[in-house]
Design a protein around this ligand. Structure first.
Ligand code: ATP
Length: 743
């Protein structure tokens, strides 16, 4: 504690030295302990008067902290500088040192240095020490307990730091964001800062969906802010996080608590947020833009200055590159990528209009690094990308309209003749900590089986459906059945989408009903189960959907629900993944419970139908009234009172519907309050307290919603798959494979 406090003090004093770079070095030390510390009295009112574990407080002034790269790795040195008193003794000599860290020395100028710290990376983060990352990054890694780099980070960071282009393919949840993000942050922290303090755009990160873009910026923002000490300033708009940008009064709460000017300023440009606000953020200048192509192009069309900045980018990143096409961003992507290409006589793709040089006649930067990352990028495409970067001669096909991700990526202008391709993705796309499984049932029974699964294995479950209609149908059913369910699809407003994601993230036993908008990149902590309510339309989508669970070496479970009609598609999916049916063991189901569950589902459906009717009737009445008001027409008072009149047939009908709904709800409540009893369990045991239920209840062994069944993980209830189907003689009908739930 003592040392910590002392070092914080040292840090503050050291950073305050930045303005006095003309002081001379009086003495150098290799350990903070050897510095001339002075005891400080604990001032009254500081809250430190009582001896609550703090023995002594010390401080040291006029110390400069220097990092040096040596054979032994990065070492820290402490220079004690001349004090004003010393200086009064007279000396006009040049200082012995600048205030440059080794990384600054590389750039040869003053950098955006964060507050200097005594962070000992060799001791605290031995696995990161070979990366020569900026000390501030190491400090954040340590504070986040990212003790070791993930395999993709180990492989991608060194070439990225050394200026290479990188194509990184690694399984979902393996830390790809920081694999490309840390080299970018390192570069920005280490580069010279403009004398006017104006930031110059360094990196553009393109992501296919709004949620992913917001998440990437959140991830990187953790490394962009001063984490300890430092001067507090008014908030910079460019540093507001995505969520603050969305709030009604952005920044207000932040201002109240004081704020740090960010070391790296990151702006998010995505649809569904105010364009004006995003433009204002850009006007204040930023280091990094994270954007979806659609919104970025909208802004670029009216912002020549930004166009010029994009032409001089230092880093271009395509995250989840292969998804851009699916997300319908093809055209915008192509236009944006054109801006990042070099202008040269040999350049095979002409700009759509005009000259590629900017207003100042500055050419496109040749030093741009390109990073392309995804969990799924075919081997063939990787080979082609490499070939293409070597042979940039004009080919006939280049002017054809783009149609596939391959076309698009092949038009990237890698500056590196040999981009480093790092593919450490498992060949079948499966993450080692992920348990795959399947459940075969009739389409009409999927709701019951899903409900069974959610009750039997409570946890955070992400259910993928292929259409929004399915979500709209299932959501009220699950809500009526008292499950915490949230929807996520493209027809929800952006604000609502983020709110639902946040709710799902913060509720341990919740269900997110999502379309494939949520399949890629979303990093939701601790998703226990991914359920494919319908077969995904491609092997890649399957891999990415599954990637929402089993992240960062955590366990995860994936259930593929398959109806007879989907079987053919399922087979081809397995073939594409190079998997066999045995890799997908069936999940065993306690059949005796299904009838009870079906009764609940049917009641919930009836209630939903009735509620829908009431809503529709109300809507019609209000519509007529609102339309009449809007058109300044007076409705016949008799008509109005008739619609409220209890004897009016339509009003009576509505009353009947409401009464029926109330009674169905009461019935459902009654059903939901009854315990579900597994086979061989008698209800009397529960009330009479005899074995096995009572004892088990006491021991907490009985599943909370299904008595007689112990709580298990879904992965414990798998049965090996049937590998061979019985042969069926010609002319004979194939035996029924799915009998479904009895109605
Ligand atoms: N070195 C590390 N040590 C521990 N956790 C890490 C490390 N690097 C990243 N993480 C965490 O791992 C999780 C997954 O990271 P990230 O979202 O970057 O994965 P991804 O490979 O981009 O996944 P996807 O392909 O699904 O987009 C995040 O919560 C991140 O904070």
């Amino acid at each position: 504690m003592e040392a910590n406090l002392s070092k914080t003090k040292l840090k503050r004093k050291a950073s305050s030295q930045r303005g006095s770079s003309r002081k001379r070095v009086k003495a150098s030390f290799t350990s903070a302990e050897s510095l001339p510390w002075k005891a400080v009295s604990k001032s009254v009112g500081s809250g430190l008067e009582e001896d609550d574990g703090i023995l002594e407080l010390e401080e040291v002034d006029d110390v400069e902290v220097i990092y040096e790269n040596t054979d032994r790795g990065r070492v820290v040195k402490f220079n004690v500088l001349q004090t004003p008193d010393d200086e009064s003794l007279g000396s006009d000599e040049e200082p012995a040192h600048d205030h440059h860290s080794p990384s600054e020395a590389i750039e040869g100028n003053e950098s955006h240095s964060p507050p200097l710290c005594t962070f000992d990376s060799a001791a605290l983060l031995p696995d990161w020490r070979h990366f020569t990352l900026h000390p501030h990054i190491l400090q954040v890694l340590h504070s986040r307990k990212f003790i070791s780099p993930t395999p993709i980070q180990s492989k991608a960071i060194p070439p990225a730091l050394s200026g290479r282009d990188v194509i990184g393919v690694a399984e979902t949840g393996s830390g790809k964001t920081l694999a490309y993000g840390l080299p970018i942050i390192h570069h920005i922290l280490s580069r010279p800062r403009s004398p006017t303090n104006q930031r110059e755009l360094q990196a553009l990160i393109l992501a296919p969906t709004r949620e992913l873009a917001l998440q990437v910026s959140d991830h990187l923002n953790a490394f962009a802010k001063v984490i300890d000490g430092g001067v507090k300033n008014e908030p910079e708009e460019a540093d507001l996080t995505a969520r603050e940008l969305l709030s009604d009064k952005p920044g207000v709460s932040v201002r109240q608590h004081g704020y740090h000017v960010p070391l790296v300023s990151i702006a998010v440009l995505v649809g569904g947020m105010s364009v004006q606000r995003q433009r204002r953020v850009l006007n204040r200048s930023v280091d990094v833009i994270v954007a979806t192509p659609g919104r970025l192009w909208d802004i670029l069309e009216e912002d020549e200055a930004l166009v010029n900045q994009i032409r001089r980018l230092r880093f271009l990143v395509l995250d989840e590159a292969d998804r851009m096409i699916e997300a319908g961003h093809f055209e915008e992507m192509d236009k944006i990528l054109r801006l990042t290409r070099r202008q040269s006589k040999r350049d095979e793709i002409e700009p759509e209009s005009g000259d590629l040089s900017d207003a100042a006649g500055q050419p496109t930067r040749d030093s741009m690094q390109t990073f392309v990352f995804s969990a799924t990028l075919s081997k063939e495409l990787q080979r082609n990308l490499k070939k293409r970067s070597r042979h940039k001669s004009r080919t006939k096909g280049d002017h054809k309209p783009l149609s596939t991700i391959d076309d698009l990526l092949l038009r990237l202008d890698f500056r590196d003749p040999q981009p480093d391709i790092i593919d450490i993705s498992p060949s079948d796309g499966a993450v080692s900590t992920l348990q795959l499984s399947r459940l075969e049932c009739l389409s009409s029974d999927k709701d019951v089986y899903l409900y069974y699964f959610l009750l039997r294995y409570p946890g955070r479950s992400l259910v993928f459906l292929s259409a929004i209609d399915g979500i709209r149908r299932l959501l009220p059913l699950l809500e009526l059945l008292n499950l915490k369910a949230f929807p996520l699809h493209s027809q929800l407003e952006q604000r609502q989408r983020l709110k639902n994601l946040d709710r799902f993230k913060s509720t341990p036993k919740a269900v997110l009903l999502a379309t494939d908008i949520a399949a890629r990149g979303l990093d939701i902590p601790a998703v226990d189960h991914v359920i494919h309510y319908q077969i995904p339309r491609s092997a890649d989508v399957f891999v990415h959907r599954n990637g929402r669970t089993a992240r960062a070496m955590q366990k995860g479970f994936s259930l593929l629900m398959c109806s007879p009609e989907e079987r053919r598609v399922a087979r081809s999916l397995l073939a594409k993944l190079g998997r066999r049916e045995d890799d997908f063991p069936a999940i065993s189901v306690e059949m005796t419970l299904l009838d009870d569950l079906k009764a609940r589902i049917q009641l919930a459906r009836q209630i939903d139908l009735q509620q829908h009717k009431v809503k529709k009737q109300n809507h019609e009445r209000h519509w007529l009234k609102d339309t009449a008001e809007a058109m300044d027409i007076e409705l016949d008072p008799d008509f109005m009172s008739a619609s409220e009149d209890e004897s009016n047939p339509s009003r009576r009908q509505q009353k009947r519907t409401e009464t029926k709904t109330a009674s169905l709800k009461a019935e459902l409540r009654e059903l939901l309050s009854k315990p579900l009893l597994a086979r061989g369990v008698s209800a009397k045991y529960i009330t009479f307290g005899s074995r096995p239920i009572a004892d088990d209840l006491v021991e907490g062994n009985v599943h909370e919603t299904m008595l007689g069944l112990k709580r298990t993980d879904a992965g414990d209830d798998l049965v090996a798959a049937k590998t061979k189907k019985p042969k069926v003689k010609k002319g004979k009908k194939e035996p029924e494979e799915w009998s479904g739930v009895r109605s």
